[in-house]
Structure formats: C-alpha cells, structure tokens
Write a new protein. Sequence first.
Length: 480
Amino acid sequence: MSTSTKLKKVFYGNIIYSNSPTDLVVLSPGCIGIDHTGTIAFLVSDKDADLVKLKAQYHFTDAQVTTMTKEQFLIPGFIDTHIHAPQYVFTGTGYDLPLLQWLEKYTFPREAAFKDEDYARAAYIRCVARTLRCGTTTACYYATIHVPGCKILTDIVHQIGQRAFIGKVNMDRNSPDNYRETTGDSIEATTEFVSWLLERKDPLITPVITPRFAPSCTGDLMKFLGEISAKHNLPIQTHLSENTAEIKWVLDLHPEFSSYTGVYEGFGLLNSRSVLAHCVYLTPEEKVLIKSVEAGISHCPNSNFLLQSGVLNVRQLLEAEIKVGLGTDVAGGYSPSILDSIRNAVIASKVIFVNTRAAKEEAEAAGLPPVRAYEPLTLAEVFYLGTLGGAEVMNLDDKIGNFSVGKDFDALLVDLNASGSTKASNLVDGNKSVDLFPHDDLISAFEKFVYNGDDRNLIEIYVKGKQVSGSAGIITKIAV
C-alpha cells in the first residue's frame, strides 16, 4: 500500500483467519488497516505490530484505532453458500418428513405465499437482518419464482448492507399448480430479474441463475438457464444428489444421461461458477467431473441430518481438491448461523469416521481387503469451510474470505466477554455464551467460540469496511 493512502479504521490485537484448510493463521498481536474504500490496506504481525511506527508510516491517529482486549479477536465474515430466504418463515419446524415429502407439505405452500409483496417484505427483512446478525456477511440466497419478491429481497439486502447473490427460482414442472411457471414465463421472468439487477451495478449484489433442481425444470428451461448464465458470466446454484429417491427420480426423468451431475453438464449448468448443494451421494465419476470443471460444493450438514438425507464425506472432497463451503440450508436446516453449520460439519465428519472405522475393523477381522477410516475434520478445516472455503465456492476468494492485503474488509469482531446482560461484567449471572478461565490461551478461546459462541459475541460486523450489524444494534434499520 502507498503510505499516502488515507485510512478509515485500524484494529490492533488478536487476528485469526485461514489461508488454506490446514493453515490457520493466528496473529497475537496483529494490526490491520482499512482504507476508505473498505479495502485492507495493510496487515502486520507480532514484532512488526508496533503502533507508534505504524502510525508514523500509515498516518493514522489513536482515534482511528480499535485496540482489542485479550477476550476479543477479529475473524473474517462467514459465508453462507446455500440458504432459502423465503423458508426463514418456517425455520425450526417440519422435520418429520424426508426431502421430497417435506417440499410438498411445507416448502411449496410457504414459498407460494411470497406472491404477496407485503408478506415477502416482512419476511425478507427478518431473514436478512437475522443472518447478518449471526455473522453471515455473504449469503447465496434462493428467493422464489416471483420477480417482485426477488426485487424486494434485493432492495432489503442493499439497504441493510449484506453482500449477497440472489436467485429467482425456476420451476416449470413437478410442482403445485399455484407454484409452477410455464417455460415461457420462467424464461421471461428470469430475463427480467437478471437485467434489472445487472443494470443496478451494485458492487455487493449479484444475480445467480437458479434452477431449483433437475426434477422441477424441463430440458428447455435448463438449456436457457445455461445460456443466460454463459451470456452474462453469472453463477449458478442448484441442488445435487441430496437424497436417494431424488437421484432415482432424476435418472428416470433423464435416461439419456448416465448421472445426475451429467444432467447439469448436458444443459450447460455445470462449470466453475456452479454452486452445488448437498452432493451426498456422488459417484467417483461425478466427483471427477465436478473437479474437472472446478465447480463448488455447498455442504449443508444440518439439513442433511434433519431431512434424513445422508452424511457427506467432506474429507474425500478436500483430498480431491474440490471446492467446498458451508450452507445453512434454511429451512431444511434449523439455524441461520454458519457457526451451527460448522458444528454440524464436525459432527457429520465424526459420524463418517465412526462408520468407516467400524467397517475397517470388521474387514480386518474377516481378512477382507482393507477399508479406510476417514479422519474427522479439524478445527482449522471447518473454520476454513465457513470462511475462505465459501469464498472459493462463490469465486470471491480474490475479494473476501481472509485478511489478505487488497481484499475487502468483511469481518467479525468477536468478544468472549460479551453477555447481552446489563449487569456489571464482574458479576456471574449465567448470561455469557462462553466462559474463559486462567488456563485458556487464545486458541482455546477461539475453539470455545466456535463450539459455544453465538450472536451475542459478535459485537461489530463489517461488510466492505462498513459496520452493518453487531451487538450494539443494526446500523441500518428498516421498518416492517
């Protein structure tokens, strides 16, 4: 950075971020400077984090510096690579059915209600405010088939200040009469929404092409969606191999293809811009295909459990160097927080380990060919999935995901001493989500936050250098 660049804000203290699945960077102390465009201007660590020298070099004042306490640290904002904004209205309910029946009974009726613009506005305000408050600085949203509602969601995201991808859902078959488009209407509506959003030139909001999944889209519609994505170089989001019944259905609908992934490839929907949710039952050939085009996978462990879909072996994907991020999959998942997705990702990996370890032991006892036990995901790996991994899936790793100089400052200031209580901080009232003790060092404090922390600990939330939320209250408020 040029030393003449004018700084907006500087943070001094504990800074934690990922450079790769296995490279968790911990600076204590570190110092990071943000310029007036919201870009990271400098990052220095340890012995170089001398504030007196840095102030002289970069020309900032004490008033611009946030000096963190020992209970505080700075981390990148969370990235939710798969979330259904309209489903926020029934999050936490309806987990008695598997995927396809769940869609029919709960999802489609609720999403159809978003034809009502007042209803859509009230729901979307709450959804965006809540996800941001939970630390999601970037969200990849599915909306509904309704263009007015998609525009409302876009306006709300813009006003509140989140970074987002917004997709108008496409469905021209195998859905209820009151929640299904004709192919022509779906094409026209998608063209309208994409053109409208691109014309806004919003630096933080991007349209994402959204075939719900292959069973809900005809070949003609999928072909068009592939073409419009290519025309505007837009990302694509869809579901893939979430449920065994779903996979059989797709192959029955498309016998001309050898795999579910092959359907998307055949219609121009599989490329480096594709965000593929779930992917629980991929064949080895499908994994090779996904890697060959550099598509990304959104791991949604919460909903994989709750909708009885299955357990994804993320270790295999990471070893294959396939891009992987995390998704809350609201409302298939019960929580809009990526922290919850991180925790469920750990649990899912331990389920994989327990099952493969048992299979390995049985094979050894029976003298059968060896079976591999897949080690659980580490703290560093799951944190990467929720931050830089998500950025890579969304092809935003040149802009966000960690604290490299030149990237946008999307960040969370975490305070483990925060409680949401009005009582004096030295009083024990049980309101803290994380308790620290003399034996806790910075890494154990960070680990406690990952497993026990919540929105109360997120005291300041930044998107592109601007504080947009935090425990002190949302900066931008919108009336319902």
